[in-house]
Design a protein around this ligand. Structure first.
Ligand code: ADE
Length: 229
């Protein structure tokens, strides 16, 4: 998979993609992440990328031309399965969207800034609008990072133990059960007996029961969807 990200503040994204799982995914050649500095496509001597909003009001708007120029150049090299704009008024990201996107080959993410992008970009170029939650961030960069992380970890070969993404919270609409590691007893804080039993069937049943219980208590909306009693 290849993910291109267009940003007015590309430095914000550097360190995020150059550590841990995402760094390893790139080193293994499973995913290629390329961040593009919108300023390089800016207009005139000062590489202008934003301007005042027509009709007045506070805040600057990202201009059409630099974004079109950047996207056009990228599209000349490959076609994109989705052109995604990160915005608080997009469709809220969930595991199901991450699963779908993880099957794609080329994704292009556009980060908004200031008051956002000129609406014509959204109307004519963007194929999907994604929000990472009902709050407003200073720009789409954190949204792009969250989206890319959620998607990339689902690609086979990215996680060492491939089954570990399958047991994540939300993969089956249930929250994940609790996990424990050594020591078995830390100053009287003990681990549930069943996990030490070696009985895999019993362990699986306990985990499912815990997942169901946790989902009922913490996310009644999901429990209702699953018809959990
Ligand atoms: N840009 C600003 N706020 C955002 C949000 N909540 N999700 C995605 N992109 C954003």
């Amino acid at each position: 998979m290849r993910i291109d990200i267009i940003s007015a503040v590309p430095n914000l994204l550097d360190s995020f993609f150059n550590h841990s799982i995402l760094q390893r995914a790139q080193e293994k050649g499973i995913v290629q992440i390329v961040v593009h500095d919108l300023r390089q496509y800016g207009l005139g001597k000062y590489k202008q990328i934003d301007d005042y909003a027509f009709g007045g009001g506070a805040g600057m708007v990202l201009k059409v031309e630099p974004i079109v120029n950047c996207i056009t150049q990228l599209q000349q090299a490959r076609s994109y399965d989705e052109l995604i704009y990160l915005t608080p008024d997009g469709e809220t990201l969930n595991q199901s969207t991450a699963n779908t996107l993880s099957l794609q080959k080329n994704l292009l993410l556009l980060c908004g800034h200031y008051k956002g992008v000129d609406e014509r970009i959204r109307t004519h170029l963007i194929t999907k609008e994604v929000s990472i939650g009902d709050y407003v961030l200073s720009g789409g960069e954190l949204g792009a990072a969250v989206l890319a992380d959620a998607v990339i970890r689902l690609i086979p070969g990215v996680l060492n133990d491939e089954t570990s993404a399958l047991t994540d919270s939300f993969q089956d609409d249930l929250l994940a059960p609790p996990v424990y590691t050594r020591p078995e007893n830390y100053k009287g804080w003990t681990v549930p007996e069943v996990l030490l039993s070696g009985d895999h069937q019993k362990i699986a049943a306990w985990r499912l029961e815990q997942a169901i219980e946790k989902t009922k208590v913490r996310r009644p909306d999901l429990a209702k969807k699953l018809d959990l009693e």
